[in-house]
Design a protein around this ligand. Structure first.
Ligand SMILES: NC(=O)c1ccc[n+]([C@@H]2O[C@H](COP(=O)([O-])OP(=O)(O)OC[C@H]3O[C@@H](n4cnc5c(N)ncnc54)[C@H](OP(=O)(O)O)[C@@H]3O)[C@@H](O)[C@H]2O)c1
Length: 267
């Protein structure tokens, strides 16, 4: 099993947003499966600590690359850092979120969100897919979300950016699988990471909502890689998704926005 995972997605994985949450967990589980890992995020100390942990636990090679993916020339610097290491698995995980009323949003912050959540994964997929195609093996994970499937008032730009990731996986997946490269859209619901910090008080006020732990989300993702195009981790998220689908696109968006509105932090 480990042998075939390594053959399909090794010898190196590159995980963006590896300093916390879902990205750090991807790095742990990929290292545990014997893949060497490139860790990318801005917080260098976090990456160094994770690199030490992974080397000790799994004996793999780890390359921490402290980098702001939105900085000018970031992609070139990342390619230089990676050098000749063959990247067999790209996990396009780095992302940011926002909630709030559209007319009050900080447009510069929203444009940065759009760049990080869409332009960066596009550029990285374009940079690393050709090597995978050439080798006839590999995988790309796009981080979508449960709200990628519909509009979501009070988080429209984030929802649209996640829809982009879902549609990209659905679009380039069939192209790349002809060359032995698997593409997956990971669509988590609320997951207990730093990303939720800003909405935690609102979440606590909706006891019916469930959050998942990042390790379970990543386990579902890795089990789905090469088997399906998109995965919604966890039974609760699947039920919520089916229920929202039954409401239709417009009704589903209103329902989703009803939840998100309650998460908007007070001024
Ligand atoms: N948590 C959820 O409920 C949830 C649900 C659905 C989808 N997702 C998606 O899951 C992915 C991971 O999020 P998470 O929940 O694990 O949140 P998180 O713990 O906040 O992780 C976000 C990661 O992105 C990195 N990052 C942010 N800006 C960056 C930049 N400019 N350059 C490089 N790295 C940057 C952060 O590292 P630094 O700050 O060190 O740079 C961090 O490692 C995101 O794409 C998110 O949209 C999350």
């Amino acid at each position: 099993m480990q042998q075939s995972f390594h053959t399909s997605y090794g010898p190196w994985a590159l995980v963006t947003g590896a300093s916390s949450g879902i990205g750090a967990e991807f790095a742990r589980q990929l290292a545990a499966r014997g893949l060497n890992v490139v860790l990318v995020a801005r917080r260098a100390q976090r990456l160094d600590a994770l690199a030490t942990e992974l080397r000790a636990a799994s004996g793999v090679e780890v390359l921490p690359v402290p980098l702001d993916l939105l900085a000018p020339g970031a992609l070139a610097r990342l390619r230089d850092a990676v050098g000749a290491r063959p990247i067999g698995l790209l996990v396009n995980n780095a992302g940011s979120a926002s909630v709030g009323s559209f007319v009050d949003c900080d447009i510069e912050q929203e444009l940065r969100l759009l760049d990080l959540n869409t332009r960066v994964p596009l550029a990285l997929a374009r940079a690393f897919a050709p090597g995978m195609v050439e080798r006839g093996a590999g995988g790309i994970v796009f981080l979508a979300s449960l709200i990628a499937f519909r509009g979501t008032p009070y988080s429209g730009n984030y929802a649209a950016s996640k829809a982009w990731n879902l549609v990209m996986a659905e679009s380039i997946g069939p192209e790349l699988e002809e060359h032995g490269v698997d593409v997956l859209a990971l669509c988590p619901g609320f997951t207990d990471t730093e990303m939720l910090d800003v909405v935690r008080p609102g979440l606590a006020g909706i006891p019916a909502l469930r959050t998942m732990q990042p390790d379970a989300v990543v386990r579902d993702a890795l089990a789905s890689l090469g088997r399906r195009r998109a995965v919604i981790p966890g039974i609760w998220n699947k039920i919520l998704h089916r229920f929202t689908e039954l409401l239709g696109r417009e009704g589903g968006a209103r329902f989703s926005g009803g939840v998100t509105r309650r998460l908007v932090p007070p001024d």
